[in-house]
Design a protein around this ligand. Structure first.
Ligand code: AMP
Length: 391
């Protein structure tokens, strides 16, 4: 199943190892607000250090406009990393060039160097071969442990792998194993739960899962477009008119596999203080909008989830950021946690819902990559993985 070399397949002792991590963490006033992605990379970092490698870490952070911008600096990340491991952690204010090369040259086995944000250069996202070569100059070996960025063909995730021996880190391998297994050989019944704002982002995923899964449960804003395609009026709800036709096709293709909400929670404004009411799908009046799935739908979905062998969940069932419209999402989270199925959760919002519910230790795997896990569920090849050496 996982046919790529990992860090145990090569000699790293005394080598400079350049590790692409996904340290794209939320930062406020210089403090890391959630270090899940950092702790997820520690097994790889610690293994390399224990083996006597000098470890150089690089990552993107946020969306700087292709030039240095201090609000997106990795300096606070380096500082935080120093609190997570006993080893020396250095930071250098560039990710390529003289400064980075000098810092790498000085680095000793058992020490860590964090480079500045890779997206301070336009060449990164363009996957410019010269940029990739500059990264490669910093080390002897390249490791990709950034599952969350593996669906991007950038210089730090794909290009650099052409110029150095390139292998997977432990996090990358773990993510690919869980998701790959769920898609290729799931314990059945295989139930997929998809939510979130828009259907247009997830057409390919729904299409692929309708072939692979035994049931696909739909919630969130995207359910509105399906309900509209079935001929129901959706009042002031978010509906993607241009996707109604494709929703009709997916409904025809999905048949009994595709489950839609049978009742809904409406608000008379997009606001937690809005008036709200529960209604059946046939009865969404003008002036009201769908903001969550209703209690009967939660019950219906929970029944399907309780019998599942594998559950994959991506995207909230409603506007769960507002407590009045969060019951659908939290209800589904409870059903997944109680199911005893192999459960895999991806996507920032569903992950945050399961964490907020305090149920994260009841699920099998929480993915660190929303976009990357969606592309896997869509059946796509991840360029960051494809570029690594085969076993
Ligand atoms: P996505 O990024 O596509 O997974 O969408 C997540 C967002 O969808 C969350 O911020 C939710 O608040 C939002 N969302 C979920 N259900 C609805 C809905 N019925 N109407 C509008 N937005 C929604």
């Amino acid at each position: 199943m996982f046919n790529k070399k990992n860090i145990t397949d090569i000699e790293v002792k005394g080598k400079k190892v350049l590790v692409r991590v996904d340290f794209n963490v939320p930062i406020k006033e210089g403090k890391i607000k959630d270090d899940t992605r950092m702790t997820a990379a520690l097994p790889t970092i610690n293994y390399l250090l224990e083996q006597g490698a000098a470890v150089i870490l690089f990552s993107h952070l946020g969306r700087p406009k292709d030039e240095p911008d201090q609000q997106f600096s990795l300096a606070p990340v380096a500082k935080h990393l120093a609190t997570l491991i006993p080893n020396k952690v250095f930071f250098v204010e560039d990710c390529v060039g003289e400064l980075a090369e000098a810092a790498s040259a000085k680095l000793q086995p058992g020490e860590v160097l964090v480079l500045e944000n890779t997206r301070f250069y336009k060449a990164e996202k363009k996957n410019d071969p010269e940029m990739a070569m500059k990264f490669a100059k910093l080390a002897d070996i390249y490791v990709n442990d950034a599952f969350g960025s593996a669906h991007r063909a950038h210089a730090s995730t794909e290009g650099v792998a052409q110029y150095l021996p390139a292998v997977a880190g432990f996090l990358m391998e773990k993510e690919i194993r869980y998701l790959g297994q769920a898609i290729a050989d799931p314990a059945r019944p295989f139930v997929a739960i998809l939510g979130g704002a828009k259907i247009s982002d997830k057409i390919g995923v729904i299409d692929n899962l309708l072939q692979k899964a035994d049931a696909v449960l739909i919630g969130g804003g995207m359910a509105n477009t399906f309900l509209k395609a079935q001929g129901f009026e959706m009042g002031d709800s978010l509906v993607e008119e241009e996707a109604v036709q494709i929703a009709k096709e997916l409904l025809a293709k999905g048949g009994d596999k595709l489950h839609l909400p049978i009742d809904l929670v409406l608000g008379n404004a997009f606001d937690n203080d809005a008036d709200c009411k529960v209604t059946v799908v046939e009865n969404v009046p003008a002036g009201w909008r769908v903001l969550d799935i209703g209690p009967a739908s939660v019950e219906d979905y929970a029944k399907v989830i309780s019998g599942a062998g594998t559950v994959v969940w991506n995207g909230p069932m409603g506007v769960f950021e507002m407590p009045k419209f969060a019951k659908g999402t939290f209800g589904v989270a409870e059903a997944v946690a109680a199911s005893g199925a192999v459960s895999i959760i991806g996507g920032g919002d569903s992950v945050s819902a399961i964490n907020q519910s305090g149920l994260s230790d009841k699920v099998t795997h929480i993915s660190t990559g929303g976009g990357a896990s969606l592309e896997m569920l869509e059946g796509k090849i991840l360029p960051g993985l494809a570029a690594l050496q085969d076993k």
